[in-house]
Design a protein around this ligand. Structure first.
Ligand code: FAD
Length: 491
């Protein structure tokens, strides 16, 4: 059957943010590239179970330098020019802590990604589940898929696992690590609302800045005082300047006392841009289900059922307690659970909390990040993205490098990982959007080079000069960060 008889240079499994970046980068680097995705659409957590509240975030570090380029920044620029992204929120307190948000409209992001796939010549196979790998000894030779055509094998020189949860690496027998069911971060069912009276809400927020949480903007390296943030909030004139509105502490406590809030998550939402300057409220922390392993379908089922119950409680709370939500209505409930934590491969290098805290640079860098290490959600009423166990957060003083070796699983050949499941310790988990697109793009280029040169991804470790050169040609930032003025000279 056509399509199944071909031998591809590169097969990308999973079409989330890491997978689309990997496929585009691989095709642009000249490889015959197939992307296989379980669902009928691309984007993964960016749209199917999202969008992430802060998409994109932290593409500028605490010195106000952009540390991410490549495919991610290309999408931001293209969406911005088409009116589907907001200017980066870079107020003083945000810039000082690298908590700059550069919002994109997730629906138009997806449309753009399809366009970029076509431009690059990526071959797509959607509605197709990767169920196994073809292996000879420890070398991966392709994948086994199930879809409307039944069960088929597809051969490829290099396979990239971009499934988020290391499904392919596990099938290939790669070593992976995952925290236990008791420790794993809670997962979420996200939803989006419209019809909010933003003026009414803004009036409340301005009068009560102390009712909100700002933990993630407190970078000890550059120092931000809470009073500085309060002062900013008191003077906000457009709700878009806030980006996220998290806390509602007094209202939440009142609701808890009245039995109108559930014990698993805090209260808050993010703003997402829509056409014509319209904005909506996006909730990604109002449901929190602990003890769910993404590798167990029974757990996932329990999470889906429980999240829907919590969603109803949360929405009743917003309508009853939060000024501005009186006539608001839900426009979208995600169809899939948002999975916060899952298995990571054990790679030739394991990125650690110390690497992040010491802003470490590596000779085999494939990109940078300025996200702190050690942020975990737990299922409790005062836990939102921002107060992920603040005491455990280790902030870098600038941008640390992501080494290529984190993408190469130990022992298994011709397999690379990208996205959430690359090799890190738990605190340094590279799960944020921009990180997944950085590792995705690098895996795509590395795979294309290996396929062309007939070498394994591990052999490429010995000399990464071509990998780095092609990534630089593709606009990635590996060595020099870009000062804000220069970074935004195109605006
Ligand atoms: C509640 C929540 C809030 C978050 N908020 C933010 C935020 O505000 N900002 C931010 O930057 N990040 C945020 N994140 C993190 C970020 O959104 C995700 O970690 C990131 O999108 C993961 O990208 P990925 O490509 O690794 O995986 P995914 O996006 O999960 O993509 C994996 C893809 O693989 C496909 N797939 C899986 N198995 C198979 C298979 N066997 N065969 C074929 N296809 C398969 C899936 O359908 C999916 O499309 C959040 C995460 C959660 C859970």
């Amino acid at each position: 059957m056509s399509g199944y008889d071909e031998i591809y240079d590169v097969i990308v499994c999973g079409g989330g943010t890491s997978g689309v970046a990997a496929a585009i980068a691989s095709a642009r680097a000249g490889a015959k590239t197939l992307l296989v995705e379980r669902l009928g659409t691309l984007g993964g957590q960016m749209n199917v179970s999202g969008p992430p509240g802060f998409a994109y975030a932290r593409i500028f570090n605490c010195h106000n330098e952009r540390d991410v380029g490549g495919i991610l920044y290309e999408t931001y620029k293209r969406l911005y020019k088409a009116g589907h992204a907001l200017p980066s929120l870079r107020y003083r307190y945000r810039a000082k802590s690298a908590a700059v948000f550069s919002y994109v409209d997730p629906e138009w992001w997806t449309i753009l990604i399809y366009k970029m796939m076509e431009e690059a010549g990526v071959i797509l196979l959607l509605d197709t589940l990767v169920v196994d790998v073809i292996k000879e000894g420890n070398t991966v030779k392709g994948i086994v898929v199930e879809n409307a055509n039944g069960r088929n094998e597809i051969k490829g020189k290099i396979v990239i696992d971009c499934t988020g949860e290391a499904y392919v690496a596990i099938r290939a027998g790669a070593e992976t690590v995952c925290v236990s069911r008791d420790e794993i971060q809670p997962h979420t069912l996200a939803f989006t609302a419209d019809g909010v009276n933003w003026d009414r809400l803004l009036d409340y927020v301005r009068r009560h800045p102390e009712q909100f949480t700002y933990g993630h903007v407190m970078n000890p390296h550059t120092g931000t005082s809470l009073e500085e943030v309060y002062e900013f909030v008191r003077n906000v004139t457009d709700i878009r300047e806030l980006g996220e509105i998290l806390g509602f502490i007094e209202l939440r406590d009142m609701a808890l006392a009245n039995g109108d809030w559930h014990p698993n998550s805090g209260v808050g939402f993010f703003i997402i841009p829509r056409e014509g300057g319209h904005i909506q409220a996006h909730f990604q922390h109002s449901t929190h289900v602990p003890r769910i392993l993404p590798t167990d379908a029974w757990d996932l089922t329990r999470g889906n059922i429980e999240c829907r119950k919590q969603l109803e409680i949360a929405w009743r709370f917003f309508k009853k307690y939060v000024p501005g939500f009186e006539n608001a209505y839900i426009v979208r409930m995600c169809t899939e659970l948002r999975l916060r934590e899952g298995p990571r491969i054990v790679g030739d290098y394991v990125l650690t909390r110390e690497d992040v805290a010491n802003t470490r640079q590596f000779p085999d860098t494939i990109g940078k990040s300025s996200f702190p290490a050690g942020g975990y959600h737990v299922a409790s009423t005062d836990t939102l993205a921002v107060n992920e166990d603040e005491e455990n957060l280790s902030f870098p003083n600038g941008s640390y490098d992501i080494p290529y070796r984190c993408l190469v699983p130990v022992k298994i050949d011709n397999l690379l990982a990208a996205g959430k499941c690359v090799s890190t310790d738990r605190p340094a988990y590279l799960r944020y959007l921009q990180q997944t697109m950085v590792t995705g793009q690098a895996a795509g280029v590395a795979a294309a080079i290996c396929a062309r040169r007939g070498i394994t991804p591990r052999e490429l470790v010995k000399d990464v000069s071509e990998l780095q050169a092609v990534l630089l040609e593709q606009g990635a930032i590996l060595f020099e960060t870009v000062k804000q003025e220069e970074a935004e000279s195109w605006l």
